[in-house]
Structure formats: C-alpha cells, structure tokens
Design a protein around this ligand. Structure first.
Ligand code: PFF
Length: 448
C-alpha cells in the first residue's frame, strides 16, 4: 500500500465526512422548510440519487484512476486540447467561495457549543437577539471562533492524508453517527415526530416556489461535495482495487440518510414545541436553542450533543474543501505540504473575514450588492452556479472525452453491462441537459 493513501474504510469515512456537513444538518432542514417540505424533498432526493450519484461515481472513477491532483488529471486524460481541459481542474477554486462562508458558520457553531453548555437563551426573542448580536455586533467573538475553526482545518490538512484527514474522520464520523442516532431515538418519542414525517414526505405542490428546483439541484451538488473536484481529489489518494460503485453508494446513502435524520430530529423538536419551520437560516441558531432551553436540563444535554455533532460534520467537510488546492500546489508547484496549506489558508481566511463582516451592521451596506450580502452571494454562486457547472464538466469529461475503456472496465465488473449503460446515459445526456436547463431557467434565459 502506498504510504500516504487512504485505506478503503478511511476513504469512505473521509468522503462521507466531506459530504455530510452543514448542508445536511443546517442547510437542508431550513431550505426544505422554506420551500414547503415534501415536494422539495422529493426533487432533491431524485436529483441526488440519479444525477448526483452518477457524477459522484464519475469523480471517484477519475480520481482513483489518475492518482494525481485535479489539474494534472484533466490534462493527462484528455486525448487532445489538453491545455483547455486542464482548466477543469481549477474548479477547485470554487472552494474559495465555499470555505469563505462555510468556515464562518463553523465559527458560529463553535460559539454555540459554548452557548449550549453555559447559557441557552430562554425564549425565541432572546435567542434571536443572541444570534443577531453575534452576527451583527460581536465582531471579535465571531472572528475569534472563525479563527479557531480555520486553525483546526488548516492543521488537519497540513498533516496530510493519513495522519490528518483519515485520522480526523476516523474519530469524528463514527462519533457523529452515534450522536445523531441517540438524538433520533429521542425524537421518535416526541409528539411532533409524526408531524415531522408528514412535513418532510407529504408533497404539497402549492408551497413549491419557482426557484425551488434550482435550490434542490444546487443542494444535491453541494451536499455530495461534487462539482469542485473535492471527491476527485480524495479519490486520488485511494488505493487501486476498491469497488468504487459500492463505496460511492455507501457514501451517498449515508449522506442522504443523515440529511433526512437531521431533518426529522430538528422538525420533531420544533413541532413538539409548537414552532413553525421556514424561519430561514436561523432555524438551528435561533429556534432550536430556545426550544432546548424550554426542555430543561435534558435540553442542555441535547443542545450540547447537537452542536458538537454539527461541529464535527462541518469540520470534516471544511477540511475537504481545502485539500484540492493544497494537493495541486504540492504536486504541480512542488511546494511542501505545510507551506502550501498555510499559504492557501491565509488567503482563504482573509476572504472569509470579508464574508463575516458582510453580516455585521457596520459593514453590511458596503458588502451588499443586488439585494444579497457577500455571505449569501458566496453561498448562492457556489452551490447554484459553480458546482453544477463543475458537475457538468465532470459528466462530459468522463462521458465523452476520456478513454471510454477506463470507465467500462472499472464499472462493468461491479454493476454489469446494463447498469453501466444507464450510468453512461445519465453522464452523457441526462445530467448535462437537466442541470443546464435548470440553470438557464433560473437565470431567466428560458422559462418552463
Ligand atoms: N458537502 C458539504 C455539506 O453538505 O455541508 C459541503 C461541501 C464540502 C461542499 C466540500 C463542497 C465541498 F467540496
């Protein structure tokens, strides 16, 4: 075995660690809430299972075949026009957009572990003022936790694939799963559980807004970490001989289950306390803490468990956003891993500070354009535009450009000829066209 490569289980946990993150526990419940629940969840599940999983397999396939950084991968495996294809590898720069708002939220979560342990707000009004003052006024508190988050992320990456990424995920992912399982068992017994089930699974067409589809598709990419060569880069550190379909399926199922479980936990707790979903991004940071408070001492325990789980999920994802850029600098630019990590981190860190400031009262007007502040722009641009485009690139590259024997030989032994053809059809036709149509519709170029 290559010394700086993942074991099979190490890869599964690390890729699942990347996929399972804020997207599952923080974002999914509130966007499902805002977009009416049921129908949204169905569109999202369909996109994840068909388009998302196919592209996910594509990234794992390409990465584990090439064993190189993303730029070299696209350059080496395109039969012609190498100097253009190599730019596909630079989709890792989407990471700048993601990490600069993602790490800010990791900072809030670190802060909320402390809030949960020391002083939960007594009601929704108080919770709102605690959260809003963190965001808008307590700039230094925010910067402190944000910095802490960045140090953890950068330190992990600086230690490399085995001693950093694999080790972190081997500890945090199983712990996360245990915490969520316990919270689920607790939620099932709550009055609000059936309401949570029906909210998430009974389709209510009326509430599905125009624009909900792009949110669902964007989220499918975001939640699986595809479309910015993260999964490709992790797979580049995977040894040969692993059943990549089984590994991909395991990861996608884990990711989907955890999103659903997180939704059920959050909505059960919410409904049991007579609260409504659909309150936007504040769901986890405003409504939940107040509800935890009302539950008394068990609430405090639940709150700590919940925010620790959220922190674990988020850190393992944030780490994966940095790795593609660092691997590129190490492999293509010959930089030492530590130096590469710290240089990239400093740049990402500074950009993130602007994102952080865009929520503050003092700087928000400076950092708001076209009705969205920098934080919301980075979220929207990365999830709804850049990641889908990155996904289309992977689909087209694997489906048409690279040697077709590679995919056939890697997949047919595991899934057979027929399923291979279905997969290829999704990569070649369904994924690019569907994602393109959705994006054009959203931009107002076409309308359906
Ligand atoms: N998949 C992560 C989540 O759902 O929170 C977010 C993410 C991580 C997106 C890594 C992209 C990425 F490369």
């Amino acid at each position: 075995m290559h010394k700086n490569r993942f074991t099979r289980i190490g890869f599964i946990l690390a890729a699942a660690g990347s996929a399972v993150g804020l997207g599952n526990i923080w974002k999914f419940p509130y966007i499902a809430g805002e977009n009416g629940g049921g129908v949204f969840v169905l569109v999202y599940l369909a996109t994840v299972l068909f388009i998302g999983m196919s592209i996910f397999i594509g990234e794992v396939l390409l990465g584990s075949y090439a064993h190189k950084d993303a730029v070299t991968t696209f350059e080496t495996h395109s039969p012609s026009k190498k100097k253009y294809w190599k730019f596909s590898g630079f989709t890792f720069l989407t990471g700048v957009f993601i990490l600069s708002f993602y790490a800010v939220v990791v900072g809030w979560i670190f802060n909320y572990v402390v809030v949960a342990a020391t002083a939960l707000p007594a009601n929704v009004q108080e919770a709102e003022s605690v959260f809003m003052s963190l965001l808008q006024k307590d700039v230094w508190t925010q910067i402190f936790y944000y910095t802490l988050a960045f140090i953890v992320i950068a330190y992990t990456i600086s230690r490399g694939v085995k001693k950093g990424i694999e080790k972190l995920n081997n500890i945090l992912m199983p712990t996360l799963i245990i915490i969520l399982a316990v919270l689920l068992i607790y939620s099932v017994q709550l009055d609000g559980f059936t309401q949570a089930l029906s909210f998430m699974f009974s389709p209510n067409i009326d509430k599905f807004k125009s624009g909900s589809i792009i949110v669902a598709v964007g989220h499918a990419f975001f939640t699986l970490s595809i479309g910015m060569v993260t999964i490709l880069t992790y797979a580049a550190s995977l040894d040969k001989g692993v059943n990549i379909v089984k590994a991909s399926l395991t990861i996608v199922i884990m990711d989907t289950l955890i999103a659903i479980v997180a939704g059920l936990i959050i909505f059960s707790i919410l409904f049991s306390a007579g609260q409504e979903p659909g309150k936007g991004a504040g769901l986890v940071f405003i409504t939940l803490p107040a509800v935890f408070y009302e539950m008394g001492s068990i609430g405090t325990v639940l709150a700590i468990a919940f925010f620790v789980a959220l922190a674990f999920a988020a850190v393992t994802s944030a780490v994966s956003v940095l790795e593609p850029t660092v691997m590129y600098l190490v492999e293509r630019r010959g930089m030492k891993r530590k130096k590469a990590t710290y240089s990239v981190s400093v740049i990402f860190y500074i950009i993130g500070i602007f994102t952080l400031l865009s929520n503050t009262t003092a700087f928000s007007s400076l950092l708001t354009f076209g009705g969205k502040n920098l934080f919301d722009w980075f979220d929207f641009i990365s999830a709804a535009i850049l990641m889908p485009i990155g996904g289309i690139i992977v689909a087209v590259f694997v489906g048409y450009i690279m040697d077709q024997k590679v995919a056939r030989e890697a997949l047919v032994p595991y899934i057979g000829e027929n399923l291979y053809k279905v997969w290829l059809f999704i990569m070649r036709v369904v994924a690019p066209i569907a994602v393109l149509l959705v994006m054009l519709n959203e931009m107002g170029v076409i309308s359906f």
